[in-house]
Design a protein. Sequence first.
Length: 482
Amino acid sequence: MMSKVLFQKKQTIDYKLMMNVKKIACIGAGYVGGPTMSVIAQKNPGIIVTVVDLNQARIDAWNDSDLNNLPIYEPGLADVIEEARGRNLFFSTDVEKAIDEADMIFISVNTPTKTYGKGKGQAADLKFIELCARQIASVAQSDKIIVEKSTLPVRTADALKSILDNTGNGVNFHILSNPEFLAEGTAIPDLQSPDRVLIGGENRDAIEALVGIYEAWVPRERILTTNLWSSELSKLVANAFLAQRVSSINAISELCEVTGANVDEVARAVGTDSRIGPKFLKSSVGFGGSCFQKDILNLVYIARSYNLHAVANYWEQVILLNDHQKSRFAEKIIRDMYNTVNGKRIVFLGWAFKKDTNDTRESAAIYVADHLLSEEANIIIYDPKVTAEQIYRDLDYLGTRSSEENKRLVQVVEDPYEACKDAHAIAVLTEWDEFRTYDWKLIKEQMKRPSFVFDGRSVLDSSLMESLNFTYYKIGSDVNQK
Ligand code: UDX
Ligand code: ADP
């Protein structure tokens, strides 16, 4: 029955349009565009894929012959680049040429939360998307399929279509929504073996053209097709649900600390219920990343704009709880350290928003640091993949204090043991695997006493920490209840 339906469907496909996809352009060579296009190129050696970006330095890094210098760190990415780059995968700043030549154009530019005007702090800033649309419209001389890859508010496709149709050269544009579900740190396996690929659109031939590209490696039954709006909304909802699970378990972590329960045990007990499932129940210092907060704020903004205040308030709580989790971690550090961290050496292990990425967007570490710096702590930061420039940029971006002041209070180091020498406290902000394997005995010997460890990711072995006489706290089970 299933195969019959598929067969009938295939009969009506416009193979001309499908076969016309010989060249793909992707605008935006970031965390989404770069890895996604690399895998599409790897799996479709017959299609030329050109990734373009305005940022020359970023493109140079993508083209660097030393694969250690790629602009983003993702396990497995270098191998894919090595295989496809120069064969059918290219990185360039010539945006117009790529648009002109492409049959299909992915838009993977950033859509940060607005920092000005209407919707400030909530709505997605679509200025980069609009610029892309205008550029595509002015350059295109042949029909194109436009694929929204960036996460966008529902009905952005309407705006895109209107700009393209009204400012274009009379060519046809078919708009598809194809949200990306990859998670950073696991982008390559997520892309190579996705739970599902979602394609929303109105034109069946355009949809099938994109299905054809994914079918090169994704089983057909995992490629879901919907209407445009369902696809756009599903991306926001998927992220909102995931973030909600993290906030839910984080809410319980605080309760565990006062009742003597252990949040990891609770998560295990709850997660083994097959209706609930074990994933995204890891209590932490708070979720970060470029998507969760932005997408929920977006959802809240959309709900409010339709006067659905109960809906908006419900989802807003996920963010408020996350903010609470970050600030209560900072407050805990201050409280345990005798209510003052002024001039004290506090080491941050980790700055990235999660392990296996150099991305720091919305990382909890930024906000915990800011809180402690306002109390005049000295913070020494070690992260295996994040650069010092990025860390200072993150802090300066908050605008809480001058750049000179951030430089005075914060030191970024390359050796974790050096960092921990003479420290009053260590705070674990990212769950990098290497933290587990450090010589904690040596670290303890070189720290000040009492030697505080605040484990915001529950990565360390609590019995080891206690046996070494650390004053050890981990989120969700306060072994040193005061
Ligand atoms: C997320 C979605 O997972 C992905 O599908 C979407 O395309 C983009 O947004 P990402 O932000 O890269 O991906 O990472 P994710 O693994 O979802 O983690 C987000 C944040 O939640 C991180 O700060 C992580 O440390 C935190 N987290 C995650 C927890 O604190 N506990 C968990 O159990 C899971
Ligand atoms: P994401 O996580 O969504 O991939 P990034 O910020 O990592 O976000 O990447 C988005 C990329 O899009 C940036 O490198 C930025 O320079 C690029 N970009 C934004 N607007 C344009 C544009 N109009 N043309 C080309 N590149 C653009």
